[in-house]
Design a protein. Sequence first.
Length: 186
Amino acid sequence: MKVIIFSAPSGAGKTTLVRHILQSGLPLAFSISACTRNMRMCEKHGSDYYFMTVPEFKNHIAQGDFVEWEEVYEGSYYGTLRSEIDRIWATGCHVLFDVDVMGGLKLKEQFGNKALAIFVKTPSVNELERRLINRSTDSAEIIQKRMAKAEYETEFAPQFDHIVVNDCLETAQKETMELVEKFISH
């Protein structure tokens, strides 16, 4: 079985691309990440994320339950539980990840040639900021933190197998679908 990793700065559109790929009918299943951030209104525990307290998350770290984990923002932890990958592979599906950039690189390193790592980016910094503002989920202060982090994360794009510029959604969907289909068929 293989893994497909989507990583991007916040607001680049990776989750939209992941949802498109999941609806394609390919033998893929979404890896639900664990996190310590607050649940957003439209999210569900066990479907979008496994929401945990910081002490619960740290206990899983101590137990060695994570394949990868990261303190993405101060006090906000995200990670991939080993049990999640086992759950998906037991169904005969390939694992599809939607993870932060550093987590994506850790997964790529861990799974080697069983992994396809795709970095999604916007055509410009201005476009990324516009998307974050229009999303209306974060304060101006959080958006500025996300913008600063995006500049840093984009430096790692060349370490991924492919970079998809999400300028036109339909084009980005087509490109990612072709990459994933080719990867899982070989």
